[in-house]
Design a protein around this ligand. Sequence first.
Ligand code: CS2
Ligand code: MG
Length: 414
Amino acid sequence: MRPGRIQEGSDVKIASADVVISSPGRNFVTLVLKTDDGLVGLGDATVNGRELAVASYLRDHVAPILIGRDAHAIEDTWQYLYRGAYWRRGPITMAAIAAVDVALWDLKAQAAGLPLYQILGGRSRNAIRAYGHAYGTDLDELTDSVRALLEQGFGAVRVQVSTPGIGGGYGVAEAGDGGYEPARGQRPVEEPFDPGRYVRSVPAMFDKLRNTFGPELDLLHDVHHRLTPIQAARLGKSLEGYAPYWLEDVSPAENQAALRLVRQHTTVPLATGETFNSVFDYLQLFADQSIDYVRSSVTHAGGITGLRRILDMAAVGQVKSAIHGPTDVSPVGLAAALHLDLALHNFGIQEFMQHVDLTFEVFDVGYSFANGYFQPGERPGLGVSLDARAAERFPYRAAYLPVGRLLDGTVHDW
Ligand code: CS2
Ligand code: MG
């Protein structure tokens, strides 16, 4: 064997790598890998609002060097794309690597004739607990929205309400709009934010919900990166009596030291990481024990291989998973999360935002949800297939996430 060249391996090769961009309800980028023995593996590469950048990365720079590679060499291919690019990390690169990684895991599990969770170590639990999303423009609307989720069987609910006097508010649908997680329009819409009013309004929301629903219901809240560390610390302290399940993304966490400050002031559990894409984004957070939940998605954190690396490191400090599951992660990305959720030891909870019916005209899924819990299903591999003909009926539509502004017009984190 010549040094530096891997010659051993399986004789199953990657025969083709195609990128499908479709918009059944919202934009999705899907990588379709085929092997020379006829299997088809899928990977999600959707980066909300920047979809075409990942599609080009895959089509122009990854597909040509994947063809002919050993389809079973998952770790080697991950390292080949990560180290081989020289330019490491970042959401576009890591979503592209994730798509390849998940498609290869899908192929390997199909080749074994097993659902993916079986080759990730098998079941560590019977079912996967998920949280749903409730919201309202006022507290009465929010209460009705929570009630509707309780009827669907959820025992954990993310709660978001418009800030009085400002309107809008992260995670709240505007009247008639139908969507509370918008990516819409040829240009971003702009939304106002006022930290003072927001921080004063959140305890009132928790007060109402605890009084209405009692102590058993798990209540989660997403701050969406909008506060300074000291504002976040104050918010956390003011909520302790209501025992939130967590506060998410209290401040922009690319400054990892910010969460150390928040942690010193409050015992409210903290979750972060949906915008992270590498284990290196978490090093200080783990060393400081500043967080309780890892929010990265399979899709944006380098696939099953990348996310598992993060979650194994998290486990050392008893930090648990809370895999990101917004609707901008496709059913392929969600399925990958569910297989990992079932196999992980340090599972915490899974986010479930619920894709619209149109999405399932393109993606046929084997996972299911009932009474607050998911099952990834027993189909071989990920258990998801893509109808390429149907995908053609839903061409890409430019759609952007909103931009936040303070009341004086300063651009703020959205
Ligand atoms: C949100 C996300 O799921 C969440 O917790 O923060 O929905 C996020 O806003 C989107 O993924 C942005 O594309
Ligand atoms: Mg979030």
